[in-house]
Ligand binder design. Structure first.
Ligand SMILES: C[S@@+](CC[C@H](N)C(=O)[O-])C[C@H]1O[C@@H](n2cnc3c(N)ncnc32)[C@H](O)[C@@H]1O
Length: 240
C-alpha cells in the first residue's frame, strides 16, 4: 500500500482514538460471553492498532485471533502491541491483507468489525456479511458498529479527542459532508501541540459509508444473520 490512508492517524492512533475506546470496550464486554473460541478463531476485521484483539486475548484465555490489517502504519502499531506479549504469539495471527484478499479461517468463533464497515460499498458489505454467516457457528456473533450520523449530513468541525501526554497535547478535529444517500466525505486533522504552538499537523480526507441500520439489517437477514442494536453505534449480527 503506497498511499496509506491511515498513516496520519497511526502516528498516535491509541491517543487519537482514546475517546472512542471506553464505548468499544463496553460493547465488546457485552458480547464476550457470546464468542465461541472452541468453534474457531475470532476474526478482527480492520484491527487497527490491535486494542480490541488485545481485549479478546486477555479476556478469553482459550481464544485465538486472526486480525486483518492492510494499513502498514496501523499494522506496525498492532505488531508492537503483540511483540510486547510473547504469551500471545501462539494465539494471534496478524494478516496484512484486506478482507477480500485474505484467506479467511474456514470456521470462526466470532468476529469484530469496528470502524471498518463503512469502507465497504453495498455489494462488498453484502459479501462481508455472507462470508461471516458462512463461517460463524450456530448462535455465533459478529460485533459491528455503524458510525454516526445514521444518515449522511453535514458535520461541522468538532474536536473528537484531546489527550495530553507530558508537555504535548494530541488533538483530532473531524468534519464531513454528505456525498450521496449513504456516502460521506470526512476530513480529519491530527495535531500535536505544545500549548498553542502546533508541532505537527496532518489532514486526510476519505470516504466512509453510513448505511441506515434498517438497510444493514435487511442485508444481514438475506444471509441468515439477525442484526440487533447493542448500545450507541454498536450492533450484533447473530447467526440465527
Ligand atoms: C477506523 S480504523 C478502526 C481500527 C480498529 N478496529 C479500532 O476500532 O480501533 C479502520 C481500519 O480498517 C482497516 N481497513 C480498511 N479497509 C479494510 C478492508 N477492506 N479490509 C480490512 N481492513 C480494512 C484500516 O486499515 C483501518 O486500520
Amino acid at each position: 500500500m503506497t498511499n496509506d490512508p491511515y498513516a496520519a492517524s497511526a502516528r498516535a492512533y491509541d491517543l487519537f482514538s482514546a475517546a472512542a475506546r471506553p464505548g468499544q470496550s463496553a460493547a465488546l464486554a457485552a458480547v464476550l460471553a457470546r464468542l465461541q473460541p472452541p468453534a474457531g478463531p475470532i476474526l478482527d476485521i480492520g484491527a487497527g492498532s490491535g486494542a480490541l484483539s488485545a481485549d479478546v486475548l486477555d479476556a478469553l484465555p482459550d481464544a485465538r485471533v486472526v486480525a486483518l490489517e492492510p494499513s502498514p502504519a496501523m499494522r506496525s502499531l498492532m505488531l508492537s502491541r503483540v511483540a510486547a506479549r510473547p504469551d500471545w504469539h501462539r494465539r494471534i495471527t496478524v494478516r496484512p491483507e484486506d478482507f477480500f484478499s485474505a484467506t479467511l479461517p474456514a470456521r470462526l468463533g466470532g468476529a469484530l468489525a469496528i470502524g471498518v464497515l463503512g469502507h465497504f460499498d453495498p455489494g462488498e458489505r453484502a459479501a462481508v456479511l455472507a462470508e461471516l454467516a458462512a463461517r460463524l457457528p450456530r448462535d455465533g456473533v459478529a460485533l459491528l458498529d455503524l458510525q454516526h450520523p445514521e444518515r449522511p449530513t453535514r458535520v461541522e468541525p468538532y474536536e473528537f479527542t484531546a489527550v495530553t501526554v507530558g508537555d504535548l497535547t494530541y488533538r483530532g478535529i473531524a468534519e464531513a459532508r454528505p456525498v450521496d444517500t449513504e456516502l460521506m466525505r470526512w476530513r480529519m486533522t491530527y495535531l500535536s501541540l505544545e500549548g498553542e504552538r502546533v508541532l505537527t499537523e496532518e489532514t486526510v480526507e476519505f470516504d466512509y459509508r453510513h448505511p441506515a441500520p434498517a438497510v444493514v439489517a435487511m442485508e444481514a437477514a438475506s444471509v441468515g444473520l439477525l442484526l440487533t442494536g447493542l448500545r450507541d453505534t454498536f450492533w450484533v449480527a447473530e447467526r440465527a
